[in-house]
Design a protein around this ligand. Structure first.
Ligand code: SF4
Ligand code: FES
Length: 259
C-alpha cells in the first residue's frame, strides 16, 4: 500500500534471462516489493518456460540465487522491482544511472549467470570456484567447548542464555559469509587467483586459530594468493553480508609484511 492507503502502482518490467547464446524474455507487472526471484517463480508456476536458476531460502541466507542483474552481482531474492526502477549502478561501484526502459516504458531487467563459474543451464551455475581456495576444515561453525560456554551468560540451570539469536545446540556461528560467490564473479582479476571469498576465509582462519596462522599466511603468499588482487574493491561492494573481503585481503597483506 502507498502512503495514501491505495495499492502501490505495479511496475512494468521486461525480464531478459540469459539462456545459452540468447535471452528468454518475459513481460511482467510487478508489485514494487516483489523480488526478481518472486517474479521468476511466478512465471514458472504459471506454466512459462523459464531458463534454469538456483534458489533455496528466498530470504538472503542460503547464497544460491546470485546473478548479475543489470551488470551488478546481487541476490535475486533481495532485489525488488522498486529497486530496479530507481537509478542504480551498472557495474560495482559505478555511478547510479536511470533504469534502461524499452519503447513501451518497461524497465529492462537483464539477468546473467555469475561469471567465473561453470554454467549448468540458463543462469544456474556450479559454484566450485567459490570454494576451491577455502581451507579444508575452515571453522564456519565452531563447537562450543565447556570453556566457551563459560564465557556466555548462563541461566540458573547452567544453560547458555542468548540475546534472541538462534543457535544450533552446542554450536556457535561466527562467520557471515554465505558463499554466494557474488564477490568472485565481480572480481575483475583475470589471472590465477583463489579469489576474495577464499582469502576472506583464510584471514578468518588466521585470526581465529593461531595454530594455523603460518599455514594460512603461506596460502596468502602463494602466487594465486593476495598478490593478484588489484584493490578494485568490487568484492566488498557487492557482498550482501558485509564480509568486506577486500579488508581481509589487506589484513593478510599487513600480516605478511610483518613476517
Ligand atoms: S564474501 Fe560476501 S560476496 Fe563473497 S561469497 Fe561470502 S557472502 Fe558472498
Ligand atoms: S534464495 Fe537463498 S539467498 Fe536467495
Amino acid at each position: 500500500m502507498s502512503d495514501t492507503g491505495s495499492p502501490a502502482a505495479s511496475i512494468p518490467l521486461l525480464l531478459r534471462v540469459r539462456n545459452g547464446g540468447g535471452y528468454a524474455e518475459f513481460r511482467v507487472d510487478a508489485e514494487p516489493g516483489r523480488t526478481v526471484l518472486d517474479l521468476l517463480e511466478r512465471l514458472r508456476s504459471g506454466g512459462r518456460s523459464v531458463p534454469a536458476y538456483r534458489h533455496s531460502c528466498h530470504h538472503g541466507s542460503c547464497g544460491t540465487c546470485g546473478a548479475v542483474i543489470n551488470g551488478v552481482e546481487a541476490l535475486m531474492c533481495l532485489t525488488k522491482a522498486a529497486d530496479l526502477a530507481e537509478p542504480r549502478a551498472r557495474l560495482p561501484g559505478g555511478p547510479a544511472l536511470p533504469p534502461e526502459r524499452d519503447d513501451g516504458g518497461a524497465v529492462v531487467v537483464t539477468l546473467e549467470p555469475l561469471s567465473k563459474m561453470t554454467i549448468v543451464s540458463g543462469i544456474a551455475v556450479e559454484p566450485g570456484p567459490v570454494f576451491a581456495g577455502i581451507p579444508d576444515g575452515a571453522s564456519y561453525l565452531r563447537t562450543e567447548s565447556a570453556e566457551g560456554r563459560a564465557d556466555l551468560p548462563l541461566d540458573p540451570d547452567g544453560a547458555a542464555v542468548h540475546s534472541g539469536a538462534w543457535r544450533p545446540d552446542g554450536r556457535t556461528r561466527f562467520e557471515a559469509c554465505i558463499e554466494c560467490g557474488l564477490c568472485v564473479s565481480a572480481c575483475p582479476v583475470a589471472v590465477p587467483f583463489i579469489g576474495p571469498a577464499a582469502l576472506a576465509a583464510v584471514n578468518r582462519e588466521r585470526e581465529k586459530r593461531p595454530e594455523l596462522a603460518t599455514a594460512m599466511l603461506a596460502v596468502a603468499a602463494a602466487p594465486d594468493g593476495v598478490g593478484p588482487c588489484g584493490r578494485h574493491l568490487a568484492c566488498s561492494r557487492v557482498c550482501p553480508q558485509a564480509v568486506f573481503p577486500g579488508k581481509h585481503i589487506q589484513l593478510l597483506r599487513n600480516a605478511l609484511a610483518r613476517q
